[in-house]
Design a protein around this ligand. Structure first.
Ligand SMILES: Cc1cc2nc3c(=O)[nH]c(=O)nc-3n(C[C@H](O)[C@H](O)[C@H](O)COP(=O)(O)OP(=O)(O)OC[C@H]3O[C@@H](n4cnc5c(N)ncnc54)[C@H](O)[C@@H]3O)c2cc1C
Length: 592
């Protein structure tokens, strides 16, 4: 069995010691006192571990079933979803106008991690609902907001996003689903969508599908796409449930992981849909949902990496294999727990240093997003949007690797299903694919986000880092082991950036060839910045005479490990990026 305890001490440290949440001049942050966050996070962790975690394994084994045209979720899911709903855990950061609690995204992201650690399949039903809520909130008219938002906030109704079709995933311009106008506000939606997460289930009385479709006669390609609200059951004017809409479930996809989340083929046979946002601006409208979902996907990976780490850590202390080198320089006479072996240690340190640094980065990004949206700080918002593909792409790539590392620590016991490590690997794999593959995240970063506002966002990041490095007074040890490596890594980042800017315009392939490497470079660099901040904070506390417990002591060592073992990868990545596309693109397809 896997092991999980919500890392509450860690969340407390990040919120209050590192980011000084309650002191931030952002609307709603003064409420985030240590007492409040400790209480609410403890309650949330209790719900997640007592209600969601116990049905995680059985949900994976049982999966979803399609019976008489409707999806049945695994045993216990209906009750668990009900409990989450009743506890008010579905609308934490939603607008109080529609029944939400108005808490910052920074806090709700932490719940996203805890809930995903305990049961990712169940969490996805809620996460997509939140995405639908955010899209209708941002783009809906008042009737749409009043009709759908209160029910989505409570998850009495859930939401989905429908982009993918059999012949088109990444290239949305090829969408074939049609939306024919039948009145001023109603359209008839016809077409097939595949791979729709939470596409049908028995957890809620209605499902609000957000569907991309083309209105005949519109522009070709992406510019001709519009977004529609297509409820499973139509909603009467008085808010009561109307007749079943003309859509059906073709099948549930059989897949590698997240078995308890129903991934459906949906057939729209002239279903009634309502235009959401402007006609032909559907992709931009849907981006509200995708951007939010992308942050959430990074957090999902982190959440599973955390469970893999906790589980493999315990196992490494219990599993006895092989003699170890003792302090006296001699090998022990009897076999020792595998945590004594340097190779296992390396695996654990890789997990720990990635997870803790990546968690700081996701929270920082959420904080920037809160600042951007709640305090209209354009620079913070811009930086959060630059970091979104990094969180999605880098954290899900490495988060997946870290579940595999956890599996490796279990040896053969990690490969068989009994210990649950295999499920973590299977469940984690999808994060690299959905919400736009990680390759597409890299293109988004290099092709759009780096250049938006004339490169203002990456310049702002650079400014924040250099100002921090210049203004902080630290010990020689911290200067040498943290500040100097980060300065060197910044040079790698700048060098790679220069190559992309110098070459990308005249030859886009030169930049695209290195896009994934650049996404990783930026991810590694940003996590390095987080470690610099974390360790500087601990050393500040030390200087002030505060008690440095084992948790804080471990931060310094873990940070040193990251700076010495992971951060130098930026040099290698910069070299790769600067090799461009020449060799990469020189074989003809038939030479492969
Ligand atoms: C379990 C699961 C749940 C999902 N949930 C949803 C959902 O709720 N709603 C929804 O709409 N979709 C959903 N999807 C679909 C998912 O978002 C797509 O699978 C994904 O976006 C990739 O599309 P594709 O599979 O068609 O791959 P393709 O677009 O065919 O891509 C194939 C490969 O080519 C690469 N590629 C494609 N174009 C380019 C390019 N221009 N440059 C470089 N590389 C490129 C991709 O990175 C990928 O590696 C889900 C998928 C799965 C498996």
């Amino acid at each position: 069995m896997t092991t999980y305890q919500a890392p509450l001490e860690e969340f407390h440290f990040l919120l209050h010691e590192l980011f000084h949440a309650s002191e931030q001049e952002i609307e709603g942050f003064s409420e985030l006192t240590p007492e409040f966050t400790s209480e609410i996070l403890t309650m949330g962790a209790k719900v997640a571990t007592e209600i969601m975690l116990p049905i995680n394994r059985s949900g994976d084994e049982e999966g979803c079933k399609l019976e008489n045209g409707s999806v049945i979720t695994p045993k216990g899911f209906v009750n668990a979803f009900d409990e989450i709903r009743k506890g008010g855990w579905t609308g934490l950061d939603c607008d109080p106008l529609y029944g939400g609690q108005g808490l910052p995204i920074t806090l709700s992201l932490i719940f996203g991690e805890i809930f995903s650690s305990c049961n990712i399949s169940l969490t996805i039903y809620k996460a997509l609902t939140h995405g639908a809520y955010a899209t209708i909130l941002a783009h809906g008219n008042s009737i749409q907001k009043n009709t759908y938002l209160p029910k989505l906030v409570t998850c009495e109704w859930t939401g989905t996003m429908n982009l993918t079709e059999p012949h088109c995933g990444t290239d949305l311009g090829m969408i074939k689903t049609k939306a024919e106008p039948i009145s001023k506000v109603e359209y008839k939606i016809t077409g097939q969508k595949i791979f729709i997460s939470s596409g049908d289930h028995d957890l809620a009385e209605n499902i609000i599908h957000l569907v991309l479709a083309k209105v005949p006669g519109g522009p070709n390609g992406v510019k001709g796409i519009s977004l529609f609200i297509v409820p499973k059951f139509l909603v009467n004017d008085d808010g009561s449930m109307g007749k079943k809409n003309d859509l059906s479930i073709g099948s549930i996809e059989k897949k590698m992981g997240i078995h308890a989340n129903a991934t459906c083929v949906l057939n729209y046979d002239g279903a009634i849909g309502y235009l959401l946002g402007e006609k032909h601006k559907g992709v931009q409208t849907m981006f509200t949902m995708m951007n939010e979902a992308r942050l959430g996907v990074g957090v999902q990976s982190l959440a599973l990496a955390e469970v893999a780490y906790q589980s493999s850590l315990i196992y490494s202390k219990e599993r006895v294999q092989g003699k170890s080198l003792e302090r006296d320089g001699k090998f022990s006479t009897s076999p020792k727990p595998i945590i004594c072996h340097p190779d296992v240690r390396k695996n654990l340190m890789n997990q720990k240093s990635f997870i803790e640094g990546a968690r700081a980065l996701t929270l920082w990004t959420a904080l920037l997003l809160d600042k951007g949206t709640r305090s209209s700080d354009k620079k913070s918002y811009g930086l959060a949007s630059l970091l979104t593909p990094v969180i999605k792409g880098y954290i899900s790539d490495i988060g997946f690797d870290m579940t595999v590392v956890g599996q490796q620590i279990f040896g053969g016991h990690g490969y068989i299903e009994e210990w649950g490590m295999s499920q973590l690997v299977r469940d984690s794999r999808i994060a690299m694919i959905y919400e736009g593959t990680n390759g597409v995240q890299a293109i988004d970063l290099v092709g759009r986000k780096l250049n938006s506002d004339g490169g203002a966002n990456i310049m702002y990041l650079r400014e924040l880092v250099t100002t921090y490095l210049h203004q902080s007074t630290v010990s020689e040890e911290i200067e040498n082991e943290f500040f100097v490596p980060l300065k060197n890594s910044l040079k790698d980042l700048e060098s790679a950036l220069k190559f992309l800017l110098d070459n990308g315009i005249k030859n886009p392939n030169a930049a695209l060839a290195g896009a994934s490497d650049f996404l990783h470079l930026l991810g590694i660099f940003c996590i390095g910045f987080m470690w610099v901040k974390i360790v500087s904070r601990v050393s500040e506390k030390k200087k002030a005479g505060d008690k440095i417990n084992k948790f804080l002591e471990a931060k310094i060592v873990t940070g040193k490990y990251y700076m010495a073992n992971t951060l130098p990868k930026t040099m290698f990545l910069a070299t790769k990026i600067e090799a461009g596309d020449k060799i990469l693109m020189s074989l003809e397809p038939d030479q492969f």
